[in-house]
Design a protein around this ligand. Structure first.
Ligand code: ZN
Length: 231
């Protein structure tokens, strides 16, 4: 009888050490009602550029610690984008698709152009509530002055808070252009990516303009997995 009890305590210890995640396809694809789902919390306005941005709870806890530490060191970080649903991403995607229809002759060329900086619905890490955009969406902003200092601070310190930059300038990476503003809470996002690769396929990536380009461009391999290696 001694051993089952030991096993129980070992399990209890294990569970208290690592967060056990139940990952559904709906979560991976952004088909979640973030306003009603208690796992997602609103980022307090003082940390964000607008009201009602949301994140997965543990990602938000760590983010608040990181922003607090940055502030103590004279660096101001503000979230400009956080969780986005499949519907949000579809609106962004379809608008960009329409803007490019006259310029490009087929869906693949249109998609390739949008995919420089924007994800196809169902493939965005922003669906997960683990990823944020900070301070500016302009690559130039982070190359000089205040923006450069902010980026350097993040490169040195974000890792201590569980955040890393998935879209670096690393030439060995495929997919999106470098995004110095995009940071990911990897204790959760790396678990989601694992399940994504097991459960999601091209039959899930439908319901938006030019969706057939997803297969041709192998967006799961080249974009969803076209990320820098986490530290
Ligand atoms: Zn982003």
């Amino acid at each position: 009888m001694k051993y089952p009890l030991l096993l129980f305590f070992a399990l209890l210890f294990h569970c208290s050490q690592s967060q056990y995640l139940i990952v559904t396809n709906e979560w991976l694809l952004g088909q979640v009602d973030y306003a009603k789902d208690v796992r997602f919390k609103t980022i307090p306005k003082k940390y964000a550029s607008k009201e009602n941005l949301k994140l997965y709870n543990t990602a938000l806890d760590s983010l608040i610690k990181m922003i607090g530490q940055a502030k103590k060191e004279g660096i101001e970080l503000k979230v400009i984008s956080a969780v986005r649903s499949f519907g949000d991403q579809r609106r962004i995607w379809n608008t960009k698709y329409d803007e490019r229809k006259a310029k490009f002759k087929n869906d693949v060329d249109i998609a390739k152009d949008i995919l420089q900086y924007s994800s196809m619905p169902g493939t965005s890490r922003h669906h997960w509530g683990t990823d944020i955009d900070l301070n500016s969406l302009s690559p130039e902003y982070f190359t000089k002055g205040k923006g450069k200092k902010e980026y350097e601070w993040l490169c040195l310190n974000a890792e201590r808070f569980g955040f890393y930059q998935p879209y670096t300038a690393d030439k060995n990476r495929t997919g999106y252009q470098s995004e110095p503003w995009h940071w990911s809470f990897y204790p959760i996002s790396q678990q989601l990516l694992q399940v994504y690769n097991q459960n999601i396929n091209y039959s899930n990536l439908v319901g938006f303009k030019g969706s057939s380009a997803a297969i041709t461009l192998e967006v799961i391999k080249n974009y969803v997995n076209g990320i820098a290696i986490a530290p």
